[in-house]
Design a protein around this ligand. Structure first.
Ligand SMILES: Cc1cc2nc3c(=O)[nH]c(=O)nc-3n(C[C@H](O)[C@H](O)[C@H](O)COP(=O)(O)OP(=O)(O)OC[C@H]3O[C@@H](n4cnc5c(N)ncnc54)[C@H](O)[C@@H]3O)c2cc1C
Length: 469
């Protein structure tokens, strides 16, 4: 095996998490290499594809730390690691400012409270994927340039395959470069490979019986390599059963104009979501991320429908930044419309009577104020329930769009990897989507992937610099 020179820090993955860790470490005087599997100049990763909004659970990162901590606890139903939540709440504002000092630019989107730090230029308000030259792409290129100026390097086409262990600590990474094995010795390794959403075996084991029926709503570069490498070194892992994603049109499998936007969350969560039997199967009021997770768990994840009426289509349906109405139709996505529920059921091929009963039962519970007694219950504290009562009636075929996995390698607030038997693994860190413990849980609580990536990226670098001082 060829041996590359010794490094202070080797980072696995050149997304926002990895590049934040690398740049901050180089800024603190450390010798850094980033190994990135992608070969292209603007290699695909979720950071590059993202909408670029730095927020904490749809709150402004400038809010007081105590308030943000509460927001994270609420979003995750109190199932987050309190130490990680506190670290994010306390340091997110600093992380966002650090990124600005590195050269990233932000714009504000109107008065929308959680969209006050959007990487500029923002993505256009059009359906489909559009990332080239947008804020997140510019930010990654800026960070890579800064890393180079500080003596660091980003190696494309370098796929990390295993961690090197020496005297009970992590001492480097083995990677494949142009088919050859190369060993990178390092005093510290940061795993930032972006999660396991594109690893069918891990998805089948933890998230869905049919991974091939989930739409990859991202770059699909997270193959779970980091998770496997860390586990082989004895790392602890958090719950692995939730993902951040959205309800998408089922057409996304053959129509690139309908993903990653528009999301269909507003339609399904203001109205109802039914399965092939024409029955509700989840609490729509928990929000689109939660419902997407429940769709993924269905025996057939391609059997769910969002059902709504004219008032929802013209109300919440127009509400998102890239709303389903009219973007879904403009992009050629399917929305069925019928004058009666029975006619709609015929088009959907679901049992007519059962479907009518489902809608009637829901409408009645809503009018009587007894939604919580439905089975499954329907909450409406997060998202207000609306009746499905005013013709014409609509149905949109759904799929679960998986953006990133929320579980992962267990870390402490400085991103140091925890050992399964207790304590931590010296020299090993994990940041961004590779790490777990903050997001997910039984409510599939979403906190915010970008701000998590930058905050724990810089915290890892600072911890490493302290350890090596
Ligand atoms: C469409 C979309 C919209 C989004 N919008 C937002 C938003 O507005 N706000 C928000 O907070 N979050 C958003 N997100 C989520 C956010 O993009 C991610 O949480 C974040 O970018 C994760 O960063 P990361 O560095 O952990 O992973 P990534 O950006 O995915 O980077 C991981 C990198 O590791 C590399 N890699 C993988 N395996 C290996 C290996 N074995 N060796 C070497 N390299 C490897 C990959 O090629 C990749 O480049 C969005 C995501 C998508 C897809």
């Amino acid at each position: 095996m060829r041996r590359a020179s010794e490094w202070d820090v080797v980072v696995i993955g050149g997304g926002l998490g990895g590049l934040s860790a690398a740049c901050r470490a180089a800024q603190l005087g450390l010798k850094v290499a980033v190994l990135e599997r992608g070969c292209e100049q603007q290699y695909a990763c979720n950071s590059r594809y993202s909408g670029g909004i730095l927020h904490i659970a749809q709150h402004n990162v400038e809010e007081p730390a105590g308030a943000l901590f509460k927001v994270i606890e609420d979003a995750t139903l109190g199932e987050c690691d309190a130490g990680l939540a506190r670290a994010l709440a306390e340091d997110a504002r600093r992380a966002v400012r650090w990124l600005r000092e590195e050269g990233a630019k932000y714009i504000r989107i109107g008065q929308i409270v959680w969209q006050q730090h959007v990487l500029a230029p923002p993505r256009p308000i059009t359906p489909g994927l559009d990332w080239k030259g947008r804020g997140p792409d510019v930010a990654l290129r800026t960070l890579e340039a800064n890393l180079g100026k500080r003596g660091g390097t980003l190696l494309r086409g370098a796929a990390a395959a295993a961690l090197v262990e020496s005297a009970g600590r992590c001492a480097g990474v083995e990677a494949a470069i142009e088919g050859k094995a190369v060993c990178f010795r390092a005093k510290a390794v940061v795993i930032a490979d972006g999660g396991y959403q594109a690893n069918p075996d891990l998805i089948r084991a933890h998230i869905s019986p049919a991974p091939e029926k989930l739409m990859q709503r991202g770059a699909a570069t997270g193959l779970g390599d980091g998770l496997g490498m860390a586990r082989a070194l004895g790392a602890a892992v958090s719950r692995l059963d939730a993902f951040y994603g959205h309800m998408l049109s089922r057409d996304s499998f053959h129509n690139d104009k309908v993903w990653p936007y528009p999301q269909l969350d507003e339609l399904g969560t203001a109205g109802i979501v039914v399965d092939a039997r024409g029955e509700r199967f989840t609490d729509e009021g928990m929000g689109g991320v939660y419902v997407a997770n429940r769709i993924a768990r269905l025996p057939d994840p391609l059997s769910a429908w969002a059902v709504f009426d004219e008032a929802i289509w013209n109300g919440p349906g127009r509400g998102a930044r890239i709303p389903a109405n009219p973007n879904l139709i403009k992009a050629g996505g399917t929305v069925h419309r019928a004058p009666t529920l029975a006619a709609l059921a015929e088009i959907m091929c679901v049992p007519v009577e059962r479907f009518e009963l489902t809608v009637a039962g829901y409408n009645q519970a809503l009018s009587e104020g007894s939604l919580e007694r439905l089975d499954p219950r329907r909450t409406s504290t997060r998202i207000a329930a609306m009746p499905v009562a005013k013709a014409p009636f609509y149905a949109a075929p759904l799929c679960a769009g998986i953006t990133y996995t929320m579980g992962g390698i267990a870390i402490d607030p400085d991103a140091q990897v925890l050992r399964a038997g207790g304590g931590s693994i010296d020299g090993l860190y994990a940041v961004g989507t590779a790490s777990g413990g903050l997001e997910g849980g039984s409510g599939a609580g979403y906190v915010g992937g970008l701000v998590k990536a930058v905050t724990f990226g810089i915290r890892a670098a600072e911890r490493i610099a302290r350890a090596l001082a």
